[in-house]
Design a protein around this ligand. Structure first.
Ligand code: ADP
Ligand code: MG
Ligand code: MG
Length: 253
């Protein structure tokens, strides 16, 4: 049983050398293993900032509050330690690493997380199977990490990493953005496989509710102006789909 907790989290975005702006204004959220929580909210409400702050991105500074994985302070961990502790952070704009092949990158990531290198043969099989499940052309294994990948291809590879790394807890930021209907289905099926085969806890950040037609969320939270404005069940996503975010944007302006 894993518990991921965000308590009173406040964070600034650092703008240039001098400026900063508070974006996260006290976020509280508890996610147990096996649960999927969706965060939905208008553009600019701070959803990605939440993901980056938890990931320890240098442009964002946590000013108050804590993030705990089974009681361990995530914010004090190095990026490697976060991964070894079982955290998976898929970013809205994944980085390109030219010159490092996807297969080498994936094997190194798996080695870092598992603490030992998987056998090359076993790992190749595992990777090929996962790629097949995500309809990724086998030729991608030898291409540079995200190099020249389309938006949709990057998203598929994000889920490929998720399938191979089998984290305790995953944050997926806008995994559905820029995907056509077929790709959305493939990517959602990948997330659902990991959910079915492991007890992963998932924080699914999204602007649109359409991914929630494929990946079932146990809890839905509306994010507005840097905090959770309302929490509910899956029905909240349906309400947002028909009503939009206006009432949350106006509230407390
Ligand atoms: P969302 O993911 O909900 O669309 P973001 O977290 O990306 O929202 O952005 C929240 C706010 O923080 C926005 O007003 C955005 O302009 C600002 N912001 C985020 N990152 C930066 C940055 N690197 N420099 C300046 N402003 C930023
Ligand atoms: Mg909860
Ligand atoms: Mg975002």
């Amino acid at each position: 049983m894993t518990k991921f907790e965000i308590r009173g989290l406040r964070a600034d975005v650092l703008i240039g050398a001098e400026d900063r702006e508070e974006i996260l204004k006290g976020v509280d959220l508890t996610i147990d293993s096996g649960e999927t929580h969706a965060i939905m909210g208008p553009n600019g409400s701070g959803k990605s900032t939440l993901a980056y702050a938890i990931a320890g991105h240098p442009r964002y500074e946590v000013t108050d509050g804590e993030v705990l994985l089974d009681g361990e302070n995530v914010l004090e961990m190095s990026v490697d330690e976060r991964a070894r502790a079982g955290m998976f952070l898929a970013m809205q704009y994944p980085v390109e690493v030219p010159g490092v092949s996807m297969s080498n990158f994936l094997r190194s990531s798996v080695t870092a997380v598992r603490g030992e290198a998987p056998k090359l043969r076993t790992f190749s099989k595992e990777m090929q199977n996962a790629m097949k499940g995500l309809s990724i052309d086998p030729a991608f294994a030898s291409r540079g990490v995200n190099e020249g990948f389309s938006g949709g291809e990057k998203k598929r590879h994000e889920i490929l990493q998720l399938e191979l790394l089998r984290p305790k807890f995953a944050i997926l930021d806008e995994t559905d953005s820029g995907l056509d209907v077929d790709a959305l289905k493939v990517v959602s099926e990948g997330i659902n496989r990991v959910k079915a085969e492991t007890n992963v806890g998932v924080l699914l950040i999204t602007h649109y509710s359409r991914i929630l037609n494929h990946v079932k969320a146990d809890h839905v939270h509306v994010f507005a102006k840097g905090r959770v404005a309302e929490s509910g069940g899956p029905e909240l996503a349906d309400a947002l789909e028909s009503e939009g975010y206006e009432r949350f944007v106006k509230a407390g302006a």
